[in-house]
Write a protein that binds this ligand. Sequence first.
Ligand code: NAD
Ligand code: ZN
Length: 368
Amino acid sequence: MRSVRVELQRMVSPIHIGFGLLERMPELLARHNLQGELVIISDERVAGLYGERLLTALGAAGRSAHFLRVPEGEGAKSLEQCEVLWRKLISGGFSRSTIILALGGGVVGDLAGFVASTFLRGVRLVQIPTTLLAQVDSSVGGKTGINHPLGKNLIGAFHQPELVCIDPALLATLERRDRLAGLGEVAKYALIRDRALFTLLALNLEALTELAYPELCESIIETSCTIKAEIVSADERERGERVLLNFGHTIGHALEAAGGFSHFRHGEAVIRGMAGAIWLSRRIGRLSRAEAQTALDLLTRLAPPAPPPGLRPADLLAWMARDKKRGPEGQTWILLEGVGKAFITREVAEDLLPPALAFACAGEWRAP
Ligand SMILES: NC(=O)c1ccc[n+]([C@@H]2O[C@H](COP(=O)([O-])OP(=O)(O)OC[C@H]3O[C@@H](n4cnc5c(N)ncnc54)[C@H](O)[C@@H]3O)[C@@H](O)[C@H]2O)c1
Ligand SMILES: [Zn+2]
């Protein structure tokens, strides 16, 4: 088992990574002194796949748990589902010593995390992420939240988990498409911070997609969590360096929105967004063509789907203008000056955006 520590001002969030950790949950809860009533929140699909196994493991250690299911999919990140969960917790008589275990992908993690941050002004949270995206990204850093009819992730809270338990074996039942989308976020960490991770990914992409080498899977998840933890620890409330994690996300979010949040997986939109950001890095003269092409070749192998037919750059520009991370001084861009080296800039001329968006949407990526 591998371990990463996310050190924040008020607490340390330990992250444990290892094949078979789901069965070892009772041991990990005990090790971190997590006594209290347990409430597992999961979606229908993950509950069907892994709910019994978690309950059995806990039961064998003499710990019972209440199981609350929410519907599958992004729609569950709603005030309506919060209300259902709050109601069950209140009517079930749960106290401040309750520990909420979020068993699922980013949707369950965000929703259950937000419920944990608000119920009785905050109860303890344990993340058990079951998608690659959740294992390398959403379960780390303490952001929780739900969607609002006017926009995604607009309502939420920072609420650090007491513990994150990552069992890569759970990824075996994930669709290949979701594994590739999650590897998109791993590629993001590699491109902004870690050339060695990039090389590891490039050399082993097929094996990683198929979970062929457990050691290697654990290692890339560990490296990804470490990079995210380092950046988040330095900037818990997203005022400075944390924006580096948004590499590929400005265009990515616009693509997700333009696809009605159903056409692209988050990671797939980010893969295309990173290609757009690489194009911009090239055009403003900060990245060599060779480096750009090396990065684009890996993104190509992650095989993001084509954009929905009829998508126009003007629509994407309109979505980008609505991005909540756009400050009063205009859009902040995270661009590359090399594989493993990102920088922050506002110096991107508006007229470069339509061609950058067209590039992000292209069927083939040749560095300009
Ligand atoms: N809080 C953060 O910092 C942060 C960061 C990135 C993304 N997010 C959020 O994460 C969400 C996306 O997360 P996601 O991609 O994990 O989506 P998801 O949670 O909807 O999971 C995708 C699908 O996979 C299924 N699934 C989950 N685990 C499985 C498994 N082991 N085997 C088989 N099927 C499984 C789910 O039931 C679901 O149908 C978005 O709402 C996004 O806003 C949050
Ligand atoms: Zn992301």
